[in-house]
Ligand binder design. Structure first.
Ligand code: UFG
Length: 338
């Protein structure tokens, strides 16, 4: 039985991905029923229990409807997306196709099956770069890259559907999802890695020669970019709280971040402390599309949903990522060899 209420049955598109699978495992631990619906283009089958994986694409509306009906789903969590800022600049076609049209398919399948509540993985990339920090849900929205534009367009689409067809939604605008399962059994493992913490740990183990730091002249305390790193278990708790309180007719938005800014150099130092040795790094040119500073105000999430993050400092977050990377240096591929 789920804590504090009834057991719910969730379909999680992209549920075998990094954030989706962390949420799926969390919901199962809380006593809910959850199924990943994932085409495994980015996700890993080994990230979810075998009986919880439905292999299918969000471009296949019939397959989504079958999953909704077969599993008697109460509510959908829509994680499936393409989510790289540089790739979105190079290939907006794919980003609009997956992030907007994919979302429309999910909504149309939900309508057809009478499923009326949706949690949507949105992003800090929907906000303007001009806002004062920290960002609240009322900060100006003005995405600067196609990734953010497509996510904001999907938010608008969901809101239109919800108004017209009596659905309810919650947008969770993630800041920097990070860390791994605290037991070290599951973690970040992408086909092509571009995120800071896994790359710093690759440099720590020699899988890469060094970590390149994008820009050293930002207006921050040490010149490197500031981000708000939030552990995937804390993100998962936000999903649980949001889903358990979501009803048709609602339209809610929450930022999900710790409210603390950490510079890239502080992340590198935190990794050095956890790993116990220096990690080679070099400052290079800034990366196109990067904002200098992104920090969330999680006040609404704390006040309205009672969210209490467990991982509030970068060292603790990095320690979980290091445990995973130590146990499974080649990610889920090494796990198959267990
Ligand atoms: N960084 C480096 N070197 C690297 C990789 C990253 O210096 O090799 C820096 C980036 O410039 C940034 C910070 O480390 O300042 C974090 O970068 P990530 O690539 O890990 O994450 P982003 O902040 O770029 O991306 C996150 C989410 C995206 C979202 C974006 C919004 O992962 O989904 O925030 O801007 F779109």
């Amino acid at each position: 039985m789920a804590t504090g209420g009834r057991t719910m049955r969730f379909l999680m598109t992209g549920g075998a991905g990094y954030v989706g699978s962390a949420c799926l495992r969390w919901l199962l631990k809380q006593g809910h029923e959850a199924y990943a619906f994932d085409d495994l283009s980015e996700g890993n089958a080994a990230a979810v229990p075998p009986d919880r994986l439905i292999q299918g694409s969000i471009h296949d509306r019939g397959a989504i409807e079958a999953a909704l009906r077969d599993q008697r789903i109460d509510s959908v969590m829509h994680f499936a997306a393409v989510a790289s800022v540089p790739d979105s600049i190079a290939d907006p076609d794919t980003y609009w196709q997956v992030n907007l049209m994919g979302t429309k398919n999910v909504l149309d399948a939900m309508r057809a099956c009478g499923v009326r509540t949706l949690l949507f993985s949105s992003t800090a990339a929907t906000y303007s770069f001009d806002n004062p920090m920290p960002l609240t849900e009322a900060s100006k929205l003005e995405p600067q890259v196609p990734y953010g534009t497509t996510k904001l367009a999907a938010e608008r689409l969901i809101a239109d559907y919800a108004r017209a067809y009596d659905m309810g939604y919650t947008f969770l605008r993630y800041f920097n999802a990070s860390g791994a399962d605290p037991d070290g059994e599951f973690g970040e493992d992408r086909r092509s890695e571009s995120h800071l913490i896994p790359l710093v740990l690759y440099a720590a183990t020699g899988r890469r020669d060094e970590i390149k730091i994008f820009g050293g002249d930002w207006e921050t305390r040490d010149g490197t970019c500031v981000r708000d790193y939030v552990h995937t278990d804390d993100l998962a708790q936000a999903h649980q709280l949001a889903a358990e309180s979501l009803e048709p007719g609602m339209g809610r938005v929450f930022n999900v971040g710790n409210g603390q800014g950490t510079t890239v150099l502080e992340v590198v130092r935190g990794c050095e402390e956890v790993v116990g040795r220096p990690i080679p790094h070099q400052i290079v040119e800034p990366r196109p599309g990067d904002p200098g500073i992104l920090i969330a105000s999680p006040a609404r999430l704390r006040e309205e949903l009672g969210w209490v993050p467990r991982f509030e400092n970068i060292r603790d977050i990095v320690a979980t990522a290091w445990e995973w990377s130590n146990r499974y240096p080649h990610g889920y591929e090494s796990k198959h060899g267990d």
